[in-house]
Design a protein around this ligand. Structure first.
Ligand code: MG
Length: 247
């Protein structure tokens, strides 16, 4: 039985420092029989697979793509996961509501999926401006009686997801599916869409190159189970594997 579920974001977490990645890949290959490796990314599956080829990423056991809205487990869709997402999710109604927001630009079809509706902001918003925008959007959803999670990343990327989706939710789902304890899970990330998995009841590691929105959240919450690494990209994951009581 494997004893660690390692869920990592790709861009600017696993990927970004080729030397550290090569070192992590070697470590994970020696731990192959003990680690369930899962990639959790905002990218589509096609985009994530392209990155895998370009950067020489190991083949994972699970792909949680579209910000944890699509799960591919050992090469197959997971029907129990999909059933969770269907609850209270009305994608056409959300699209109709937001088509009236001139500051939102719909992302290309390749970035959309049945359980993810994605936009970019015409002008990036950081800090207080980003929070205000998010609040305005939440109020709009409430008024229209629509339910969705609003995931705002890197100042310009906006994803709407079913309430049951997200990187944190998919990590919890896999923990349960695999029958692991919370202290047998490690999540790794750098930006706003990683917040849900880094704030879970399991171990987390935040890279030193974390985005301002993630740092702002960390300063407020400071979870005991989250390591704020002084190392960047894949080096931070190695740091967590070396220092946390995981294996
Ligand atoms: Mg990232």
């Amino acid at each position: 039985m494997k004893d660690l579920l390692l869920v990592t974001d790709l861009d600017h977490t696993l990927v970004g420092d080729r030397q550290a990645l090569a070192c992590l890949n070697r470590t994970l290959q020696t731990l192959r029989s003990r680690v369930h490796l899962v990639y959790a990314t905002g990218r589509s599956l096609a985009g994530a697979r392209q990155l895998q080829q370009e950067e020489g990423l190991l083949e994972p056991e699970g792909w949680a793509t579209g910000v944890g809205s699509t799960l591919l487990w050992r090469g197959e869709p997971d029907p129990a996961w999909d059933r969770r997402l269907q609850r209270c999710w009305d994608r056409p109604a959300l699209g109709a509501l937001l088509s009236g927001w001139s500051e939102l630009i719909l992302q290309p079809t390749s970035e959309q999926s049945p359980y993810k509706l994605s936009y970019e902001l015409a002008a990036p918003r950081m800090g207080a401006e980003a929070r205000q925008f998010e609040q305005r959007l939440q109020a709009g959803l409430r008024q229209a009686d629509l339910q969705a999670q609003v995931v705002f990343s890197s100042g310009y990327q906006l994803d709407l997801l079913p309430m049951a989706a997200g990187k944190g939710a998919v990590s919890g789902y896999l923990q349960q599916k695999l029958g692991l304890r919370a202290d047998q899970v490690l999540c790794c990330g750098d930006s706003g869409n990683d917040r849900s998995m880094l704030g879970g009841p399991w171990w987390g590691v935040m890279v030193s190159n974390a985005r301002p929105e993630l740092l702002a959240w960390w300063r407020q919450v400071r979870p005991d189970t989250l390591l704020r690494s002084h190392r960047h990209h894949a080096g931070a994951i190695l740091h967590a594997l070396d220092t946390l009581p995981l294996l």
